[in-house]
Design a protein around this ligand. Structure first.
Ligand SMILES: N[C@@H](CCC(=O)N[C@@H](CS)C(=O)NCC(=O)O)C(=O)O
Length: 210
């Protein structure tokens, strides 16, 4: 059985929990509190030198880091991971876009405004850029979703999971989604997918991270 090292309020970790729930794959969850430095202990760094969650233990002492790489691994062979050459490249295109254009902006704003006390003051110099770039990323998504129900192949895939994680909390970082109706409709569609779980859902917890 997989072990998922995750933090409940981390969008990157949520991607993995959402994919596993959608696929009906059971797993053990280890909550890692990054705010207490639990991802930077020598024990955790031995598992993932990046010191970040999510992290998936796929076999004893065999780990995969990077949320989107984990999505490809857990969803491999399922409808969620396109196998056709073009569709696979399109899924990768959107997942790289997520990591380059969405997560560093809306993800960063979500983290500092919601998880860090005094984060707004600490990051006041960066917030404006995150907002501007976040809106630009939403504009790209809006153009695509105005013509397509999902990001790739006309159905729900791991590209949607990757992009959903931080888009669905955008309003918690003072992003106004009212000008992005296709994005809003897509958010609703994703939330009605079979097996959908919200970000605060979790299976039973294991002991704290070692
Ligand atoms: N590119 C990575 C980013 C992972 C990441 O930023 N994780 C954050 C939580 S969302 C983390 O663990 N931060 C702790 C730290 O860097 O010390 C992914 O997609 O998994």
């Amino acid at each position: 059985m997989y072990t998922v090292y995750s933090m409940q309020r981390s969008g990157n970790s949520y991607k993995v929990r959402l994919a596993l729930a959608r696929l009906g794959i059971p797993y053990r969850l280890v909550e890692v509190d990054i705010l207490k430095g639990e991802s930077r202990t020598p024990e955790f760094l031995a598992k993932n030198p990046s010191g970040q969650v999510p992290l998936l233990e796929v076999a004893p002492d065999r780990y995969i880091a990077e949320s989107n790489a984990i999505l490809w691994y857990v969803a491999g062979g399922s409808m969620l991971a396109p196998e056709d050459r073009i569709a696979r490249a399109e899924a990768l295109q959107w997942m790289f876009f997520e990591q380059h254009s969405l997560e560093p902006n809306i993800g960063a704003a979500y983290f500092w405004l919601n998880l860090i006390k005094g984060g707004r003051e600490l990051q006041s110099h960066a917030l404006e850029d995150w907002m501007e770039n976040g809106y630009r990323a939403l504009g790209v998504m809006e153009m695509h979703l105005a013509k397509h129900p999902f990001f790739v192949g006309g159905h729900f895939t791991i590209a949607d999971i990757a992009l959903y994680a931080y888009t669905h909390v955008a309003e918690q970082c003072e992003i106004d989604l009212s000008h992005y109706p296709a994005v809003c409709d897509w958010l609703d569609r994703v939330a009605t997918e079979p097996g959908y779980v919200p970000m605060n859902w979790q299976p039973e917890l294991l002991a704290p991270a070692q």
